[in-house]
Ligand binder design. Sequence first.
Ligand SMILES: *Cc1c(COP(=O)(O)O)cnc(C)c1O
Length: 358
Amino acid sequence: MARTTDPPRDLKKNRMQHFASDNYAGICPEALAALIDANNSGHEPSYGEDSWTQQVCDRIRDLFQTDCEVFFVFNGTAANSLALASLCQSYHSVICHELAHVETDECGGPEFFSGGSKLLTATGANGKLTPDAIEAVVTRRADIHYPKPKVVTLTQSTEVGTVYTVEEVRAIAAIAKRRHLTVHMDGARFANAVASLDVHPSEITWRAGVDVLCFGGTKNGLPVGEAVVFFDKALAADFAYRLKQAGQLASKMRFISAPWLGLLDNDVWLRNARHANAMARLMTERLAGLPGVKVLFETQSNAVFAELPQHVALALRNKGWKFYQFIGSGGCRLMCAWDTKRETVEQFTDEIRTLCAA
Ligand SMILES: *Cc1c(COP(=O)(O)O)cnc(C)c1O
């Protein structure tokens, strides 16, 4: 690890919140309590044979109201890369949006784990693929010299904070079915999408035609870990071996799985997501109309993308605020988390207001 250039600081005193990513936030209390419960339960079988993991798998099946296969991995890159690899031969290809995390932020993981399956990017407004864009990629070539399209992957919610509606997912799944593509969903922020749409989680997944979901937990309040959910159970054949080979089979798996109970009990996952979404909406409301500030996308989940005058962005950084400026399609990305405080948003936007007026 590179040495940080920031001066050392007393972490206890530094209670500042940031908008760089929802993975800057800590563990939510319910997930932490479940983690501690799991630790207090004594010895348990390893490698996912424990009672906690079994229980969480059943809870996820109950949540989606279907008999799906559930696996746990350490992070989203592994979830996406290995899920996609399991859907492809090396000569296949995966259709994704040009801003998709699998394309821009996984260091070639999907290509590596699939042994060469190429990602074929398509464009689309608001970070979303469309049936037409997918159709165009599929029909562009049909010869043996081009990698055969096999999968379409959607990010829900998207990399620019928008959300696919149920109808949009259904329309994409319909074209995928016609073209013999499986449908993968990168749900690193699935909770934020479900909260935003206010639909049953089954409605935007298997009932709409999604075959595999990478169900994000980390950004929703877990310490670590994502679930890979195969709605088409046949596609999960041998997936456990793939995980093991990739170094993703946790021996003490209960410490990845048990915290999910904290999220699933009493719909804490949705409460966390609704809160993060609400803080993003508050951010957008408070930025609207400030001179030189432009919100770039409709705020449908927990991300706000805004163009800020350069001197404003710089001054914010100098005051210690952290946020990204290279993610998505430009602008500053301001991400709200399950624990983002209203006062943090108010303080941040007040500072922007003052800087814009100066
Ligand atoms: C954060 C994120 C992931 C997972 O990233 P990891 O850092 O590997 O956990 C995947 N997809 C999207 C859209 C993300 O935002």
